[in-house]
Design a protein around this ligand. Sequence first.
Ligand code: BGC
Length: 452
Amino acid sequence: MGFPETFMWGASTAAYQIEGAAYDDGKAASTWDVYSHQPGIIYEGNTADVGCDHYYRYREDVDLMKQIGLKAYRFSFSWARVMPSATGAPNEKGLEFYDRLIDALLENGIEPCPTLFHGDPPYCLHLQGGWLNRSISDHFAEYASVVARRFSDRVKYWFTFNEPQYLIHFGYHVGGGAPSLQHHFSEVLAMSHTVLLAHGKSVQALRASTKQPARIGLVLVGNIFVPATETPADISATSTAMFATTAKTVDTTSWWSEPIYNGRYPDDGVALFGNDMIEYDPADMKTICQPLDFCALNVYSIKNIIRAGENGEPEMVARPLGHPVNASGWDICPEVLYWGTRFFYERYRLPIFITENGMTNVDFIHDDGKVHDPQRIQFTTWYLQNLKRAIEKDSIPVIGYLHWSLLDNFEWTSGFRPRFGLVYVDYPTQRRIPKDSALWYRSVIELNGENL
Ligand code: BGC
């Protein structure tokens, strides 16, 4: 037994990171459009006004996906392109772009898997209080209905939010991502509640409006912990630590996963947050906790190594000296894909969908005109071997694996410096060059992972 026959091998991108056409065909500004133009914030003053010019080059990009043999492609709708005023009539030209993209994918046998929200709310909603204004959750549900009605004849897989942890933590608590604010923690908790509510309402809207049964999930960032050894005591301590709240932050797993999958905020978080904890209508939890079809996870690096200390209490263990890191300095730890998959499945008993995984590498065009990236091939081999272990040894249902990213793209505040793509983008000319890893990934897909 290896990867299931139906396994969805694919790649992911996000609207603001690749589309460009920032103000074309009726699109309004998102928070990122505004924030990226503030001086001194993004690496070398980069903005994604043009990005990878995917809005105009999507056909070429779908051809590349076909060449790589992708079976699935996860992209995000730009909320500000679809609903420039956030309410009222949607932007027909924006919808037509996604019509063309989805049709091109289907013509090439690639499953379209849209995310409704990947970091870029319409700026007009930010000016109305953003996530502090509960009405944004209704606007989000309205937007979900619009895209469901328009695309659900062709779309079966839907993701509501991408990484709500990072959205709120970096955007509104510590500063870092748009709009880079530093709110009081009680306001941060209020915003997290609104995001959860928007998720729940959008699931209801999708279920009410899709023309065929929808498979829906929310993408969490995998803050993954790994056991120091594979003894039952270390494994159990690690799972406990991974879902615990130990600091005043929403950059945790359980602050989001417990309401979404179990309909309650985690007790340890509520206790630790004390007076900062918000009051909310208990009916909200029913809205938030909608039945979902899978747990979607973005898995890159490791958060902590854990062993069982006295009485089985989790204890942190130092990382081995000289452990490998990617070109951005992130720890490379392939076991996270096994343990992340296993711990989430054991806790929530839903199929797992790996919606992002990949690495930044020192990629450039060599004298032979190619981009050789053996590190990325080795990295992905190791990570996929760990995913295979979860499928083979633990019989965990895994729906698919989507590599981040299809293309090199705009890596938020780091601009175009880090390169995550299977395909190299020469930004001044917008020329695309499939890297060695793209050709290798093709063979993995062809053999359904038998060569791993
Ligand atoms: C995000 C992507 C980002 C990637 C690499 C994920 O956290 O969803 O937008 O580019 O990680 O940093």
